[in-house]
Ligand binder design. Structure first.
Ligand code: HEC
Length: 211
Protein backbone atom coordinates (compact mmCIF):
# COMPACT_ATOMS: atom_id res chain seq x y z
CA UNK A 1 0.00 0.00 0.00
CA UNK A 2 2.86 2.33 0.93
CA UNK A 3 4.58 1.61 -2.34
CA UNK A 4 1.39 2.21 -4.25
CA UNK A 5 0.60 5.62 -2.82
CA UNK A 6 4.22 6.54 -3.36
CA UNK A 7 3.90 5.59 -6.99
CA UNK A 8 0.74 7.61 -7.46
CA UNK A 9 2.28 10.62 -5.81
CA UNK A 10 5.33 10.34 -8.01
CA UNK A 11 3.20 10.01 -11.10
CA UNK A 12 1.01 12.99 -10.27
CA UNK A 13 4.13 14.97 -9.43
CA UNK A 14 5.78 14.04 -12.72
CA UNK A 15 2.69 15.09 -14.61
CA UNK A 16 2.46 18.36 -12.68
CA UNK A 17 6.12 19.15 -13.34
CA UNK A 18 5.71 18.49 -17.02
CA UNK A 19 2.66 20.72 -16.97
CA UNK A 20 4.73 23.51 -15.45
CA UNK A 21 7.48 23.01 -18.01
CA UNK A 22 5.13 23.08 -20.93
CA UNK A 23 3.44 26.17 -19.55
CA UNK A 24 6.01 28.51 -21.10
CA UNK A 25 5.71 28.64 -24.88
CA UNK A 26 9.52 28.83 -25.13
CA UNK A 27 9.87 25.45 -23.49
CA UNK A 28 7.00 23.80 -25.22
CA UNK A 29 8.90 22.83 -28.32
CA UNK A 30 12.20 22.04 -26.60
CA UNK A 31 11.10 19.92 -23.65
CA UNK A 32 9.40 16.60 -24.30
CA UNK A 33 5.83 17.23 -23.24
CA UNK A 34 3.48 14.63 -21.79
CA UNK A 35 0.25 14.78 -23.78
CA UNK A 36 -2.80 15.86 -21.75
CA UNK A 37 -1.03 16.16 -18.38
CA UNK A 38 -4.17 17.46 -16.65
CA UNK A 39 -6.41 14.71 -17.85
CA UNK A 40 -3.76 12.07 -17.28
CA UNK A 41 -3.43 13.17 -13.66
CA UNK A 42 -7.20 13.07 -13.32
CA UNK A 43 -7.38 9.62 -14.92
CA UNK A 44 -4.69 8.31 -12.53
CA UNK A 45 -6.70 9.58 -9.57
CA UNK A 46 -10.00 8.20 -10.80
CA UNK A 47 -8.45 4.77 -11.34
CA UNK A 48 -6.90 4.77 -7.87
CA UNK A 49 -10.36 5.53 -6.49
CA UNK A 50 -11.81 2.66 -8.52
CA UNK A 51 -9.13 0.23 -7.30
CA UNK A 52 -9.73 1.30 -3.69
CA UNK A 53 -13.45 0.84 -4.18
CA UNK A 54 -13.00 -2.75 -5.39
CA UNK A 55 -10.62 -3.66 -2.55
CA UNK A 56 -13.08 -2.17 -0.06
CA UNK A 57 -16.06 -4.05 -1.48
CA UNK A 58 -14.13 -7.33 -1.63
CA UNK A 59 -12.76 -7.04 1.90
CA UNK A 60 -16.23 -6.35 3.25
CA UNK A 61 -16.99 -9.99 2.34
CA UNK A 62 -13.78 -11.33 3.84
CA UNK A 63 -13.92 -12.68 7.35
CA UNK A 64 -17.66 -12.18 7.47
CA UNK A 65 -19.29 -14.90 9.55
CA UNK A 66 -22.52 -14.58 7.65
CA UNK A 67 -22.89 -16.49 4.45
CA UNK A 68 -22.84 -13.78 1.78
CA UNK A 69 -26.16 -13.39 0.04
CA UNK A 70 -26.41 -13.49 -3.71
CA UNK A 71 -26.80 -9.74 -3.66
CA UNK A 72 -23.66 -8.97 -1.64
CA UNK A 73 -21.74 -11.43 -3.80
CA UNK A 74 -22.77 -9.60 -6.91
CA UNK A 75 -21.81 -6.25 -5.50
CA UNK A 76 -18.04 -6.55 -5.84
CA UNK A 77 -16.83 -6.42 -9.41
CA UNK A 78 -19.94 -5.51 -11.36
CA UNK A 79 -20.17 -2.00 -9.83
CA UNK A 80 -16.59 -1.46 -11.00
CA UNK A 81 -17.63 -2.13 -14.58
CA UNK A 82 -20.57 0.23 -14.18
CA UNK A 83 -18.37 2.97 -12.73
CA UNK A 84 -15.95 2.50 -15.64
CA UNK A 85 -18.79 3.16 -18.08
CA UNK A 86 -19.84 6.22 -16.09
CA UNK A 87 -16.28 7.60 -16.07
CA UNK A 88 -16.10 7.10 -19.84
CA UNK A 89 -19.32 9.04 -20.37
CA UNK A 90 -18.44 11.86 -17.99
CA UNK A 91 -14.98 12.49 -19.43
CA UNK A 92 -15.09 11.37 -23.03
CA UNK A 93 -12.53 8.67 -22.16
CA UNK A 94 -12.72 4.94 -22.76
CA UNK A 95 -12.29 3.24 -19.39
CA UNK A 96 -11.95 -0.55 -19.38
CA UNK A 97 -10.80 -3.50 -17.36
CA UNK A 98 -8.74 -5.95 -19.35
CA UNK A 99 -7.58 -9.43 -18.38
CA UNK A 100 -6.03 -12.39 -20.13
CA UNK A 101 -8.00 -14.79 -17.90
CA UNK A 102 -11.32 -12.97 -18.01
CA UNK A 103 -14.69 -13.75 -16.49
CA UNK A 104 -16.71 -11.36 -18.67
CA UNK A 105 -15.61 -11.55 -22.31
CA UNK A 106 -16.06 -7.75 -22.63
CA UNK A 107 -12.79 -7.63 -20.71
CA UNK A 108 -10.67 -9.64 -23.14
CA UNK A 109 -7.57 -7.83 -24.53
CA UNK A 110 -8.89 -5.57 -27.30
CA UNK A 111 -5.75 -5.02 -29.35
CA UNK A 112 -2.07 -5.79 -29.65
CA UNK A 113 -1.11 -2.87 -27.38
CA UNK A 114 -3.25 -4.29 -24.59
CA UNK A 115 -1.66 -7.71 -25.00
CA UNK A 116 1.78 -6.15 -24.86
CA UNK A 117 0.83 -4.13 -21.77
CA UNK A 118 -0.40 -7.26 -19.96
CA UNK A 119 2.82 -9.07 -20.85
CA UNK A 120 4.82 -6.11 -19.56
CA UNK A 121 2.97 -6.14 -16.20
CA UNK A 122 3.51 -9.90 -16.03
CA UNK A 123 7.25 -9.49 -16.67
CA UNK A 124 7.71 -6.53 -14.32
CA UNK A 125 5.93 -7.21 -11.01
CA UNK A 126 7.03 -3.84 -9.61
CA UNK A 127 5.44 -1.89 -12.45
CA UNK A 128 2.17 -0.35 -11.32
CA UNK A 129 1.26 1.88 -14.22
CA UNK A 130 2.45 3.50 -17.43
CA UNK A 131 1.05 5.25 -20.46
CA UNK A 132 1.46 4.92 -24.15
CA UNK A 133 0.56 6.86 -27.30
CA UNK A 134 -1.97 4.83 -29.26
CA UNK A 135 -4.55 4.90 -32.00
CA UNK A 136 -7.84 3.35 -30.93
CA UNK A 137 -10.92 3.25 -33.20
CA UNK A 138 -9.08 5.56 -35.61
CA UNK A 139 -8.49 8.18 -32.94
CA UNK A 140 -5.05 9.12 -31.66
CA UNK A 141 -4.65 9.57 -27.94
CA UNK A 142 -2.97 8.51 -24.72
CA UNK A 143 -3.73 5.23 -22.99
CA UNK A 144 -2.95 4.82 -19.32
CA UNK A 145 -2.56 1.28 -17.97
CA UNK A 146 -2.71 0.37 -14.29
CA UNK A 147 -2.09 -3.15 -12.94
CA UNK A 148 -4.65 -5.09 -10.85
CA UNK A 149 -3.22 -7.64 -8.42
CA UNK A 150 -5.02 -10.45 -6.63
CA UNK A 151 -5.59 -9.84 -2.93
CA UNK A 152 -6.70 -12.40 -0.33
CA UNK A 153 -10.22 -11.01 -0.42
CA UNK A 154 -10.52 -11.74 -4.15
CA UNK A 155 -10.10 -15.47 -3.70
CA UNK A 156 -13.70 -15.99 -2.59
CA UNK A 157 -14.61 -15.60 -6.25
CA UNK A 158 -11.32 -15.85 -8.16
CA UNK A 159 -9.74 -18.71 -6.16
CA UNK A 160 -10.15 -22.42 -6.78
CA UNK A 161 -12.41 -23.32 -9.65
CA UNK A 162 -14.67 -25.58 -7.60
CA UNK A 163 -14.99 -23.05 -4.78
CA UNK A 164 -16.45 -20.29 -6.94
CA UNK A 165 -19.88 -19.07 -5.78
CA UNK A 166 -22.82 -20.61 -7.57
CA UNK A 167 -23.84 -17.31 -9.20
CA UNK A 168 -20.43 -17.19 -10.90
CA UNK A 169 -20.62 -20.79 -12.10
CA UNK A 170 -24.14 -20.21 -13.44
CA UNK A 171 -23.70 -16.71 -14.81
CA UNK A 172 -20.30 -17.11 -16.46
CA UNK A 173 -20.09 -20.48 -18.19
CA UNK A 174 -17.02 -19.35 -20.16
CA UNK A 175 -15.26 -18.08 -17.00
CA UNK A 176 -11.46 -18.11 -17.06
CA UNK A 177 -10.89 -15.94 -13.98
CA UNK A 178 -10.18 -18.54 -11.28
CA UNK A 179 -7.27 -20.48 -9.71
CA UNK A 180 -5.51 -17.23 -8.88
CA UNK A 181 -3.15 -16.76 -5.93
CA UNK A 182 -2.48 -13.70 -3.82
CA UNK A 183 -0.05 -11.39 -5.64
CA UNK A 184 -0.85 -12.73 -9.12
CA UNK A 185 -1.54 -10.26 -11.87
CA UNK A 186 -5.33 -10.28 -12.22
CA UNK A 187 -5.48 -7.80 -15.11
CA UNK A 188 -5.32 -4.07 -15.67
CA UNK A 189 -7.33 -0.91 -16.09
CA UNK A 190 -6.94 0.84 -19.44
CA UNK A 191 -8.02 4.45 -19.89
CA UNK A 192 -7.87 5.94 -23.34
CA UNK A 193 -7.88 9.74 -23.56
CA UNK A 194 -8.48 10.78 -27.17
CA UNK A 195 -6.60 13.83 -28.47
CA UNK A 196 -9.81 15.21 -29.99
CA UNK A 197 -11.45 15.45 -26.58
CA UNK A 198 -8.43 17.26 -25.25
CA UNK A 199 -8.65 19.76 -28.09
CA UNK A 200 -12.33 20.42 -27.43
CA UNK A 201 -11.61 21.07 -23.75
CA UNK A 202 -8.63 23.26 -24.60
CA UNK A 203 -10.73 25.33 -27.00
CA UNK A 204 -13.42 25.94 -24.43
CA UNK A 205 -10.76 26.92 -21.86
CA UNK A 206 -9.18 29.32 -24.33
CA UNK A 207 -12.54 30.88 -25.06
CA UNK A 208 -13.09 31.47 -21.37
CA UNK A 209 -9.72 33.16 -20.96
CA UNK A 210 -9.39 36.00 -23.46
CA UNK A 211 -5.67 36.64 -24.15
C1 HEC B 1 -18.10 -11.76 -4.80
C2 HEC B 1 -17.34 -12.30 -5.89
C3 HEC B 1 -16.11 -11.53 -6.35
C4 HEC B 1 -15.07 -11.07 -5.58
C5 HEC B 1 -14.88 -11.16 -4.08
C6 HEC B 1 -14.14 -10.47 -6.51
N1 HEC B 1 -14.60 -10.57 -7.79
FE1 HEC B 1 -13.70 -9.88 -9.46
N2 HEC B 1 -15.25 -10.46 -10.59
C7 HEC B 1 -16.40 -11.08 -10.11
C8 HEC B 1 -17.38 -11.16 -11.17
C9 HEC B 1 -18.77 -11.75 -11.06
C10 HEC B 1 -16.79 -10.56 -12.30
C11 HEC B 1 -17.43 -10.34 -13.67
C12 HEC B 1 -18.14 -8.98 -13.59
C13 HEC B 1 -18.69 -8.52 -14.89
O1 HEC B 1 -19.49 -9.23 -15.50
O2 HEC B 1 -18.33 -7.40 -15.31
C14 HEC B 1 -15.47 -10.13 -11.90
C15 HEC B 1 -14.59 -9.48 -12.73
C16 HEC B 1 -13.36 -8.99 -12.35
C17 HEC B 1 -12.45 -8.28 -13.23
C18 HEC B 1 -12.71 -7.87 -14.68
C19 HEC B 1 -12.07 -8.80 -15.64
C20 HEC B 1 -12.86 -10.05 -15.86
O3 HEC B 1 -12.34 -11.11 -15.52
O4 HEC B 1 -14.02 -9.98 -16.36
C21 HEC B 1 -11.35 -7.98 -12.50
C22 HEC B 1 -10.12 -7.25 -12.97
C23 HEC B 1 -11.56 -8.50 -11.17
N3 HEC B 1 -12.80 -9.11 -11.10
C24 HEC B 1 -10.67 -8.36 -10.13
C25 HEC B 1 -10.98 -8.65 -8.80
C26 HEC B 1 -10.12 -8.33 -7.69
C27 HEC B 1 -8.76 -7.64 -7.82
C28 HEC B 1 -10.77 -8.71 -6.57
C29 HEC B 1 -10.31 -8.55 -5.13
C30 HEC B 1 -9.92 -7.24 -4.72
C31 HEC B 1 -12.03 -9.31 -6.98
N4 HEC B 1 -12.12 -9.26 -8.34
C32 HEC B 1 -12.96 -9.87 -6.11
C33 HEC B 1 -16.60 -11.53 -8.83
C34 HEC B 1 -15.80 -11.21 -7.74
Amino acid sequence: MYKLSQHVLRLVLMISVSLLLSWSPANASAAPAIPHPNELAQAVQEIEALATMRSGLASSLEGSTEVPTLQTMKEVCRPIGMRAIQLSQENGWQVKQIAKKYRNSDHAPDNLHAQIALAKFEREPELIGFWDRETLDQQTGTRYYRRINVEASCLACHGLKDRRPQFVKDGYPQDLAYNFHVGDLRGMYAIFIPDAIQKAIQNSVNQQQPQ
